[in-house]
Write a protein that binds this ligand. Structure first.
Ligand SMILES: CC(C)(COP(=O)(O)OP(=O)(O)OC[C@H]1O[C@@H](n2cnc3c(N)ncnc32)[C@H](O)[C@@H]1OP(=O)(O)O)[C@@H](O)C(=O)NCCC(=O)NCCSC(=O)C[C@H](O)C(=O)O
Ligand SMILES: [Mg+2]
Length: 292
């Protein structure tokens, strides 16, 4: 499994053709970056963008770096994958994935181009067929790192509307979430397109966290802090988690399987989740320390 446990609260897209954005991202507090060769790059700029992102991929310190390539049904897909495979990126993000075969084809190109064994494959989940095949895609390769929801393309194909509660997307998000978690993959929510609606963005982040997403994909640096806050365990959650871990350990030492803490029943399953949250909080602190 290529998925490494790490914070992925905020993952910022930037067009590979925008050298100012590629440079600016070196100083941004996003947990991850998607250097885009696909939809954000005009056809005439694709080849230059490919060179830009390969050159830039190793310059982002602790941040996780993915290169989003063009599809294999385009003039650029094959060369994008081969070039990204030789870069310092942590992974390659495939657009509009609809089958396990699509993943395996990309993997064969990566391997042939000399990709490191730990280079991950991530999949954009953004077409009806892709969503229906979420499980076979999740299981397609040990290199699978995670799913990124492409809610803009999905809205187009479903003829759906973006609404505050996102009811038109619940089935698609849920199917992908089930497949991702069943196969131990990371899960990133789609972008919020209205850059002038800060409250709407925060609501989407809150809802994304309730769904179980690890974080949100972003299109502008101004949204990084809100995403980082929304997808991090709050101080109260960390405090509660540490409390029940200690209480359960003490109960276990006395031969008990359950314990009541502040009136709430605590079993091992709660401790497993509490340990995940504490580990995430520790990783976030470590990232902050590394950033200085
Ligand atoms: C949306 C933008 C085009 C706005 O750009 P701009 O007008 O330059 O914004 P600002 O003037 O407010 O920028 C302020 C500074 O921040 C830098 N900046 C802006 N955006 C980024 C970014 N994404 N990454 C890094 N840095 C960024 C500017 O350079 C300014 O810096 P400075 O010079 O120091 O002042 C732009 O934000 C943008 O292009 N965003 C990304 C769009 C994108 O990548 N879209 C594709 C991904 S979304 C998608 O495909 C969805 C999915 O597939 C689906 O189907 O759902
Ligand atoms: Mg898309």
């Amino acid at each position: 499994m290529a998925t490494v446990s790490r914070p992925r609260r905020s993952v910022l897209y930037m067009p590979g053709s925008n050298t100012r954005a590629l440079e600016k991202a070196q100083g941004l507090a996003a947990d991850g970056l998607i250097l885009d060769l696909e939809d954000a790059v005009a056809p005439d700029a694709k080849v230059e963008a490919r060179a830009n992102v390969v050159a830039a991929a190793g310059s982002y310190g602790q941040r996780e770096v993915l290169i989003r390539v063009n599809g294999l049904n385009t003039a650029w897909g094959f060369e994008d994958i081969a070039a990204a495979a030789g870069s310092a990126a942590h992974g390659i993000l495939l657009p509009k994935v609809e089958s396990a075969d699509a993943v395996r084809m990309a993997e064969a190109i990566m391997v042939n181009a000399g990709a490191r064994p730990d280079m991950a494959i991530w999949c954009m989940m953004e077409t009806p067929l892709g969503i229906l095949h979420a499980e076979e895609i999740a299981a397609a390769s040990p290199r699978l790192g995670g799913f990124v929801m492409g809610t803009s393309d999905l809205a187009k194909d479903l003829h759906a509307e973006h609404t505050p509660m996102r009811l038109p997307f619940v089935t698609s998000l849920g199917l992908c979430m089930l497949a991702a978690r069943a196969y131990g993959l990371a899960m990133l929510d789609g972008v919020y397109l209205n850059l002038s609606d800060d409250e709407g963005f925060k609501d989407h982040c809150r809802q994304g966290r309730e769904f179980g997403f690890d974080g949100k994909t972003l299109i502008h640096p101004k949204t990084i802090d809100a995403a980082n806050e929304a997808f991090a365990p709050s101080p109260a959650e960390v405090e509660w988690s540490r409390k029940i871990i200690d209480a359960h350990a003490a109960a276990t030492a006395e031969g008990k399987g359950v314990v009541v803490v502040d009136g709430k029943l605590v079993e091992n399953l709660h401790v497993v989740n509490a340990k995940r949250l504490v580990a995430l909080a520790d990783q976030i602190e470590a990232l902050k320390a590394a950033a200085g």
